[in-house]
Design a protein around this ligand. Sequence first.
Ligand SMILES: [Zn+2]
Length: 155
Amino acid sequence: MKCPYCGYEESKVIDSRPAEDKKRRRRECLKCKKRFTTYEVVEKPLRIVIKRDGSLEPYNRNKLLSGIYHAIKKRPVTVAQVNAIADEVEDKYTSNWNSQMTSDQIGAVVLGHLKCLDKIAYIRFASVYQDFKDVASFVATITALNDENEKHRGQ
Ligand SMILES: [Zn+2]
């Protein structure tokens, strides 16, 4: 990274912080001691969502968040908790070195969190995500949820 003042090749990083998708670095030239800022682009693999019908769509955090916010409307779930859910979805992409996830896999992460956080939000999200075909499958989900509650209480 050449110094913009004297052209010297070496500098030291005196401060580094993320800025959007970039990393902002304050550097100091080892020769003239002047300071300058560089921005380095952090490369992220493009994340893809495989939808039920097999079509592909770029992963969009905001879209995921709006789905979750819809489910938690007027429920005691915090912004930090919602962000944590989206973070975990993104961690899954990263940790598996996997640039593709199905909408079902993403839905399962969200439902796993909502199940612990708020049952009403869980049911709401499940009803949209799992697209209940009929009353019976809706009832089956709620029954499964109740059974689990009973189990927890019994412990
Ligand atoms: Zn310099």
